[in-house]
Design a protein around this ligand. Sequence first.
Ligand code: KG4
Ligand code: ZN
Length: 334
Amino acid sequence: MAVIILGIESSCDDTGAAIIRDGEVLSNVIANQEVHRLYGGVVPELASRAHQENIIPVVHEAIKKAGIARSAINGVAITVGPGLAGPLMVGTAFAKSFAQGMDIPIISVNHMQAHVLAHFIEAPKPDFPFICLTVSGGHTQIVLVNDYLDMEVIGQTNDDAAGEAFDKTAKILGLPYPGGPLIDKYAARGNPDRYTFPEPNIPGLDFSFSGLKTAILYFVRDGSAKDPAFIEKNMADICASVQQRIISIVMNKLIKAAEQYQISSLAIAGGVSANSGLRRSFEEAGKAYGWQTYIPRFEFCTDNAGMIAMTGYFKYLKKEFSGLDITPDPRYRF
Ligand code: KG4
Ligand code: ZN
């Protein structure tokens, strides 16, 4: 009998639902929240309210698009963390009632583990072991992946995430949230060698982005003090130079991790892996170091429920179910 899983994602500002059958994604629906654009970042209370409005229509649409009967669903997979407490609560409460109403098991999913397992949604799929650089708005991790559900964080950020470095730079430059895609766009027209921003000296495989953020803040403040049109005139070059620095920070650590663990199967995941400069640098490093490189399709890089359903599927096969007493864990580690 086929295994059909409904996956639900609500850890930040995207409400997602997906259906997968025997590991194949049949539908992957996402409702983005425009309401945060004006605030320069996600406003948790507004996100919770939007999730409440979106969750039922999004789940209905995912079931409809998959062309399956609701009664055919064998389990519901839900992100329990890490993420924002209120938004996680909306998803978890919905998933619990759905599971109870349908009398099916509930499967709790770690959002960061799911970003890694997004690589198993479509071919080519990496062989174990591989190393995954997961770069998102809330996290920056280097993960050693031994098996679907056996992974270890071998490097992480001490402060801001790579996505936050993009988003905070955008805010300094007066660009709306989320800033990553806009910086990517401006950077394509700019000179990445025009300005040099500092590379932090952090031991091992860990990261830090807070010094970079401060350097950018002072750089823009000083430039604007001399010329009020400084940002406007130099936007493309500033974006290209900042982007180049963020990429060199993450790529240098990834190269170090590959050498240290003697692994030549490398992957990137998370929202920032949608960045065109990072994708290019990653592929170039792959050629230079003889790696097999894996990047999910754009739709599965940023937050989505397909990756939650996929993780739920692997856990379902191992009968790793949770009770109806599960609660969200905003700092959930694996
Ligand atoms: O994984 P994700 O969708 O959500 C989290 O789990 O955080 O990642 C969102 C992050 C945001 O910081 C956004 O600015 C960044 O991914 N991002 C990008 C690009 N597209 C999304 N950063 C740089 N370049 C992009 N093209
Ligand atoms: Zn994410």
